[in-house]
Design a protein around this ligand. Structure first.
Ligand code: ATP
Ligand code: MG
Length: 236
């Protein structure tokens, strides 16, 4: 089986202060391997977004550790963490996190520029075409609907060369047709044996795209189903 692109080892996370302090994650182990699309499902408040943030190195665990491509992320300064995020992780958040003063095309192109590549307008436009927004490349976020903004965020995550895409309810704001199209793109991305996709969802329509479903409740992984084996690289 492919190597993990990101894994969490015995991750514990406390959040909040004083009387509001709570244990959001209670010793979580989770590997995202190359070539697989994993769904993370669980009730509201069970720790899904917290786990995604820790896997994506946006938040550090209270104890335990995250490894990116096998390399422990512990004890890195903010600059080194930012570099790991930039080089390895594409995020799709519940809220879209687009830059309001940039057009759709420039929001997507930014992901390429940040990676030190030359401005690649064509690549940005191509990927916007893939998410059905070829006609909106010059629009600013406030000129787009919620679903359209989400598709720009998805384009931005897949245009780079991230090892992993971590997506928090990526189809929540989309109708059935657009949700289907986006999941097809994410599944395509995950066919690459060096890249994995982890999707937080409540949406049963996403189930057919999964290789594996991980269930989380009250900060603990409580079960896992392998839906179908991730496509393997031929060993010939
Ligand atoms: N900054 C914070 N301070 C204190 N508690 C927090 C903080 N952020 C989240 N929590 C709590 O941590 C727990 C896990 O939150 P998390 O956002 O990971 O849940 P979730 O599974 O993503 O839920 P949802 O499906 O509603 O998005 C919840 O009980 C939440 O109230
Ligand atoms: Mg959440």
């Amino acid at each position: 089986m492919s190597e993990p692109v990101i894994d969490a080892v015995d991750v514990v996370k406390f959040l909040g202060r004083g009387a509001g302090r709570l244990q959001a994650l209670k010793g979580v182990n989770l590997s995202l391997r190359g070539g697989e699309l994993v769904l993370l499902m669980g009730p509201s408040g069970s720790g899904k977004t917290t786990l995604l943030s820790i896997l994506g190195c946006l938040m550090t665990p209270t104890s335990g550790m995250v490894r990116v491509r096998g390399r422990p992320v512990a004890n890195l300064d903010p600059e080194a963490l930012a570099k790991i995020r930039r080089d390895h992780v594409g995020f799709i958040f519940q809220s879209y996190h687009l830059f309001p003063t940039l057009t759709a095309e420039d929001n997507v192109r930014l992901a390429l520029d940040v990676r030190g590549e030359r401005s690649q307008s064509k690549a940005a436009r191509d990927v916007l075409g893939m998410v059905g927004l070829a006609h909106k490349t010059k629009a600013f976020p406030h000129e787009l609907s919620g679903g359209e903004q989400q598709r720009v965020a998805i384009a931005r995550a897949i245009v780079g060369k991230a090892s992993a895409i971590l997506a928090d309810e990526p189809t929540g704001a989309l109708d059935a047709q657009n949700g289907q199209a986006i999941m097809t793109l994410l599944a395509e991305f995950a066919k690459d044996q060096s890249r994995g996709v982890l999707v937080v969802t409540h949406d049963p329509r996403i189930l057919p795209f999964a290789n594996r479903i991980v269930h989380i409740e009250d900060g603990c992984i409580v079960g896992e189903e392998v839906v179908r084996e991730a496509k393997r690289m031929s060993m010939s």
